[in-house]
Design a protein around this ligand. Structure first.
Ligand code: HEM
Length: 143
């Protein structure tokens, strides 16, 4: 990812990164099969778990991971560090039985959330998709 594209993605992400709970709730609401993979949340009503500490903790973990990778993006010197982090994520999720389809569902919900809550245009969409294509290529090589 070019440093310019990384800046564009970071600035969009900055607008939503404090809405962790809302983001995870949007993902679960659109894709109950993803919620069902979480031992703490399987079979529970989304409205009843959304306000819980456990939900906030999981939401923060996911959002923090994205922030961590984005902090490294746009710099060729940090590409190996990104690959290490994202390969680990791929392996952890493979071990939990998460599928490519579910990752694609997650991507669709996340993209929909960010594009609805940050200034969005063709350049932002292109940079965002480029960043996610890169990350998903690494994740999918592990699944
Ligand atoms: C745990 C991030 C997609 C299911 C985690 C954790 C992070 C994370 C940081 C906590 C650390 C760990 O245990 O690995 C992400 C990111 C995703 C993603 C960045 C997309 C790019 C998904 C999808 C599913 C999923 C699509 C399910 C269909 C889980 C489960 C856990 C988990 C079940 C364990 C929760 C627990 O500890 O009980 N994820 N995840 N994740 N993720 Fe994901």
């Amino acid at each position: 990812l070019s440093s310019g594209d990384a800046d564009v993605v970071r600035s969009a992400w900055d607008k939503v990164k404090h809405s962790e709970v809302d983001i995870l709730a949007a993902v679960f609401s659109a894709h109950p099969d993803i919620q069902a993979k979480f031992p703490a949340f399987v079979g529970k009503d989304l409205d009843s778990i959304k306000g819980s500490a456990a939900f906030a903790l999981h939401a923060t973990r996911i959002v923090s991971f994205v922030s961590e990778v984005l902090a490294l993006a746009g710099n060729s010197a940090t590409v190996p560090a990104i690959k290490t982090l994202v390969n680990q994520l791929g392996q952890n999720h493979k071990n939990r039985g998460v599928t490519k389809d579910q990752f694609n569902e997650f991507r669709a919900s996340l993209t929909s959330y960010v594009s609805g809550h940050a200034p969005w245009g063709d350049n932002v969409a292109a940079a965002w998709n480029h960043a996610l294509d890169n990350v998903y290529e690494i994740i999918f090589s592990n699944l």
